[in-house]
Design a protein around this ligand. Structure first.
Ligand code: GLA
Length: 387
């Protein structure tokens, strides 16, 4: 059982001093995220409701004149790129290279950069570790170069880094929540207009009567391997068959009327997106009414839709959801892209020991890798750490 640790800023600072034998220009932090609800809706111009975690990626950074990016990651080791090589862009740059490429592309003048990165978000678990990594580098470069780009612009830059530089076709949710979040709140984001609102969510703060638990099944997924792109393609196919601009323009009644135009799979994909958008708005309403039981039911419905209509769950994720429900969750669902990674459950406070024991027992009985249960507390948006 693990409580979320504080920021890894000190580790990054210490690592920088040991590596470069000089003090950094500052230390920046970008959080990972949990998506409360609104899965596979962002690239369909829909609604999402994520919040930024109190764990994430810290980077100690300084400009230099050597024409390179020297990057040491505590987890993944050292890398070095010539700026000239980076400015050519293209997929396959890796996250560090892609972040700096996007920074240069958005007008930042970087003569050279030294970076030391440390992370407290498990990689590949669906908690947006890669977006946090890219955002941490972008906010650092933005401040060090005095470029003054605002948070939404940096978020769009981070999305370009991942899409065009790394080659993973993600939506806007992860970088937007990393850049715009507010502690104690979830971020209601309209991915069509990019309008957003901070919705108070006290289960994300210590001392509340409810809590969000994250069950990390420690099964890693890699978005680059294709299934995520396939789902995007399925949605695009439904959009073409329906003759719409995006699935945002669809509704349950429209799908019923026009179901003859769709094959069975396209109908299921579209139905998930349409019903999930409605669930996001309904969760926001229930949050305002303080109706935890109502929110729990919507989380359960979301998971069912992701299993039956969107086909992105796995036996391990389903088991983790079942464990949460049996241990007294108001509701539970997979979070992030799916296929592997984490589930979240909304619980009365103090449930962590029970859920942790139940998850370990259920996973050992099936000879599965031991899961890890974490408290999902919210943290602030990406920015420079003080002190
Ligand atoms: C990944 C992507 C997001 C979003 C989710 C699914 O996390 O990075 O943009 O599409 O999957 O909701």
């Amino acid at each position: 059982m693990t409580r979320l640790r504080s920021t890894p800023g000190e580790t990054a600072r210490r690592g920088f001093i040991e590596t470069y034998d000089s003090v950094p220009g500052g230390v920046w932090f970008a959080p990972g995220r949990i998506n409360v609800i609104g899965e596979h809706t962002d690239y369909n111009d829909g609604f999402v409701l994520p919040f930024a975690l109190d764990r994430g990626v810290a980077t100690a950074a300084a400009l230099s004149n050597h024409g390179r990016v020297d990057l040491v990651s505590e987890q993944f080791g050292p890398k070095s790129f010539a700026l000239e090589e980076l400015s050519r862009g293209g997929p396959g740059l890796g996250h560090g290279g892609a972040a700096v490429w996007a920074a240069i592309n958005s007008g930042m003048e970087i003569p050279g950069l030294n970076l030391y990165v440390s992370s407290t978000v498990p990689a590949g678990a669906g908690l947006s570790s890669s977006s946090a990594f890219i955002c941490a580098l972008l906010v650092a470069a933005n401040d060090l170069t005095g470029s003054g780009l605002d948070a939404p612009t940096l978020a769009m830059s981070a999305q370009r880094a991942e899409t065009e530089g790394v080659g993973v076709p993600i939506g806007v949710m992860d970088p937007m929540v990393t850049m715009l979040s507010k502690q104690g709140h979830a971020l209601l984001l309209d991915c069509e207009s990019l309008r957003y609102e901070h919705v108070p969510f006290r289960a994300t703060t210590p001392g509340a009567d409810t809590e969000i638990l994250i069950v990390d099944t420690r099964t890693e997924r890699n978005l680059a391997t294709g299934q995520y792109g396939e789902r995007r393609g399925d949605c695009q196919r439904a959009v073409s068959l329906l003759g719409l601009s995006s699935l945002r323009a669809a509704s349950t009644s429209l799908l019923e009327e026009m179901s003859g135009l769709l094959d069975e799979m396209s109908l299921r994909r579209a139905r998930h997106v349409v019903t999930e958008n409605a669930r996001v708005l309904e969760v926001v309403k229930r949050l305002r009414e303080d109706d935890m039981a109502g929110i729990g039911k919507l989380l359960d419905d979301s998971h069912r839709s992701l299993v039956e209509d969107f086909d992105v769950s796995s036996p391990t994720l389903d088991l983790a959801v079942e464990v949460c429900r049996d241990a007294g969750a108001y509701g539970a669902r997979l979070t992030g892209a799916g296929f592997a990674g984490c589930v979240i459950g909304l619980f009365p406070s103090g449930s962590l020991p029970v859920v942790d024991a139940a998850a370990k027992k259920a996973f050992s009985a099936r000879e599965m890798r031991q899961p890890e249960v974490l408290l999902g507390y919210s943290g602030p948006a990406a920015g420079q750490l003080v002190g």
